[in-house]
Write a protein of this length. Structure first.
Length: 481
């Protein structure tokens, strides 16, 4: 029986453990922070739970466009609007019970963690609570939560220790006013004015959510627009929505230091600008948690940032050691981490395996509206790296969008000029994370725009815009442009 040791209980670790156990290996999972890892306990699951609450408040704030009036305790009607002085919480109509919201966030995270632990135990995975360090390529020293030390020998070892929020020197989080996204869940009340430092995915998502919940929000971006790594058309839509909803987007402002004041915080930028608020959320990226593992002692290669270097089947520079998830720096998504972990186990245990294909990975930004992407990007097409035709269709032309009062967003598809093979797509819409799946299937399986266009879509539906864009990309449709 193959002995497998897995370091870390996040998506990469627990998915790998399940695969290993199902294939008959003896699996030991070493974890110190809780099964599910940061993804389940402090990051992805909690943030998306909070965003679900924010979505309800956004719907209320925009309900006036659908003819909906809310009545307060005084019996008078109130029409919620982003133009109101207090747009999300009209007096006596809507209130946010912050302790209850955050309690729900933490309870759901804990329940998800317990579900995953139960699944691992049912499959016979041994779980050790503690931390491990390499003493040889086949041996780990485990320090348990009780302080005991034990030797763990393994034929195969998977490193899946994840990453942690990056800290700016001089701007160390204190858990009170200067916060990482993992420290939000114990706040006793909503921040009066939240200054979000960093306009990438994490920063944009929390800016969107906390504005919907009722906080004033300033978003400090070192670039000339928010979400610099996303499709430029999509980023433009989100920035316009942010500004319309009252988020102060501070562009081309690189934070130098964040400091406490008597009643809040100040974010001091390199150009001298100062943004004051009640709280600061640091969303300036992540660093791998690889330093205490003793990787260099056994010859495991890392890059200058400390990320473990792996190939497309998750192998490190040491033949029996694999790595998966955020500690590798390979597209930091839970879905990618989980697939890396599965691929590692399939490969290590001699199963047939397809190497990781990043070109078919779908990703989502959970702002409101959401941004979902898969396949080739506008950047690659514009740079001439990929030859592609594209069509972008605004959602405001979609009948279901009109019915639901949706005016922001679009559907964009890329295809090969000759064959019409779907190469990628971008969707900006409510629940774009659900709408992107048909595009992912098309990219994964090499479908053509003709095949997508000839697929029935429901009328009326937002997904109808997918088949319409495909129809406009059909070769015979070129003459009509």
């Amino acid at each position: 029986m193959t002995r497998i040791a897995i370091l870390g209980g996040g998506p990469a670790g627990y998915e790998a453990a399940l695969v290993g156990a199902q294939l008959g290996a003896e699996v030991t999972l070493v974890d110190a922070d809780g099964i599910g890892g940061a993804c389940v306990l402090t990051d992805c699951v909690p943030s998306k739970t909070l965003i679900a609450t924010a979505e309800v408040l956004t719907s209320l704030a925009e309900a006036g466009t659908l003819g909906v009036r809310l009545f307060g305790d005084d019996g008078r009607p109130h029409v919620a609007s982003w133009d109101d002085p207090d747009p999300i919480n009209p007096p006596d109509v809507v209130d946010v019970d912050v302790p209850r919201v955050f309690d729900r966030v933490k309870r759901l995270a804990a329940a998800q963690s317990a579900d995953i632990r139960g699944g691992l135990e049912r499959h016979g995975v041994r779980i050790l609570r503690g931390r491990a360090r390499f003493t040889s390529p086949h041996r780990l020293q485990v320090t348990t939560a009780e302080g005991d030390r034990a030797r763990l020998d393994a034929d195969v070892i998977l490193i899946a220790v994840g990453a942690t929020p990056r800290v700016l020197p001089g701007s160390e989080p204190d858990g009170d006013r200067i916060l990482t996204w993992r420290q939000l869940w114990d706040l006793p009340a909503l921040p009066e004015h939240l200054v979000v430092v960093g306009s990438g995915v994490t920063g944009a998502e929390f800016a969107s959510a906390f504005r919907a919940l009722g906080s004033r929000v300033s978003l400090v971006s070192s670039r000339d627009r928010v979400l610099p790594g996303e499709d430029p058309d999509a980023a433009e839509v989100i920035e316009d929505v942010f500004k319309r909803r009252g988020i102060d987007v501070v562009s081309k402002a690189r934070a130098e230091v964040v400091r406490r004041t008597a009643d809040g915080v100040e974010v001091v930028c390199t150009d001298g600008r100062v943004i004051a608020g009640s709280h600061a959320l640091m969303a300036v990226g992540s660093v791998p948690r690889t330093e205490p593992l003793g990787l260099e002692d056994v010859g495991i290669t890392t890059d200058k940032g400390g990320f473990v270097q792996v190939d497309r089947v998750s192998r490190t520079s040491v033949s029996n050691v694999y790595a998966a998830g955020d500690c590798t720096g390979v597209l930091m998504l839970a879905s990618v981490a989980a697939m890396q972990g599965r691929i590692a186990m399939w490969h290590a245990l001699g199963e047939g395996v397809q190497p990781l294909r990043l070109g078919v990975v779908s990703a989502n930004v959970f702002t409101d509206p959401e941004i979902a992407t898969v396949g080739v990007s506008e950047k690659r097409v514009a740079a001439g790296e990929v030859s592609a035709r594209e069509v972008k269709l605004p959602l405001r032309t979609n009948p279901r969008a009109k019915m639901q009062g949706i005016s922001d967003g679009f559907v964009k598809l890329f295809c090969r000029p000759g064959s019409g093979t779907v190469l990628g797509g971008v969707i900006v819409a409510p629940h774009a994370s659900e709408l992107i799946l048909p595009v992912s299937l098309a990219v994964q399986h090499g479908l053509t725009v003709d095949q997508v266009a000839h697929t029935f879509s429901i009328y009326p539906s937002l997904s109808g815009s997918l088949t319409e864009v495909a129809r406009q990309l059909m070769p015979q449709a070129e003459l009509t442009f």
